[in-house]
Design a protein around this ligand. Sequence first.
Ligand code: GUN
Length: 244
Amino acid sequence: MGDNPASQVYVRNKIKACADTSIQSFEYRLPAQTTEAELLALIDRLNRDDSVDGILVQLPVPRHISEARIIAAIAPEKDADGFHPINVGNLVVGRPGFLPCTPYGVMKMIDSTGYDLTGKRAVVVGRSNIVGKPQALLLLRRNATVTVAHSRTENLAEVTREADVLIAAVGRAKLIKADMIKPGALVIDVGMNRDENGKLCGDVDTAAAMEVAGWISPVPGGVGPMTIAMLLTNTVEAVERRLA
Ligand code: GUN
C-alpha cells in the first residue's frame, strides 16, 4: 500500500524471486488512501482462493490502517511471512508453524557455518516483532543463552562484548563499532539504513568490525537475499501442508 520506496524495492525483489523459481505471484498495488475495509476484503478473497497458497502484506501500511488487524486477517495456513499471532504463538511454545523470514534466514546462515549455538551467549540488539523478538526465540530454541538489548539499553557495549553471537537489528546506522564486538564473535547485521552520504548500510560498522569478528554477514548482500529465500521456502511449505 502507498508508495514507500523501500517497500517497492522489496516487493520487486520478491516478485523476481518467485519468477526465478516458477512460483506464480500476484501483486496488488493499492493506493495510500485505500480503506482498511477494502484491504480486509482483498485479504478475505485471497484467503478463500484455492489457487493462492501464500499471502503477505508488505509493511509498513499507512497510518490509518491497523497493522495488527491486517496481519490477523491473513489465514494462518497462508501466512508466508509468519507474522500471524497463531504462528507467533506456535514459535513461542515450540510447535510447528511458519517462521518469520528474516530471523529464519539468519538461523540458516548460522547453520551454514557449522556453528553450534548450544550454551553460547547470543545477544540480539533490537526487539521488533519482525526480527528481534522472533530471533531471540529461535536462538533460545537452539540452546543459546539469549539477551535482548535495544535502543534504550544502558551500557550497550558491555552487553554486546559478551556476545559469542551478535545479531544487530535495531535500525541505527553503524551503531555497532569494532570495540563492541568480542574477538572471534559471529556477527550478523540485519540493519537497513542510509549512512551520512545516503549509501545503504547496516547497524554494524562492517569495515572495522571485520578486524575483530570471526564471522560477519555484511549489508548490503547478507541477510536480504536470505529473507527472500525463506519467503519462498515458507510458500512451498504451505503447498506441502495443504497437500499432506
Ligand atoms: N517490511 C519490512 N520487512 C518486511 C517483511 O519481512 N515482510 C513484510 N511483509 N513487510 C516487511
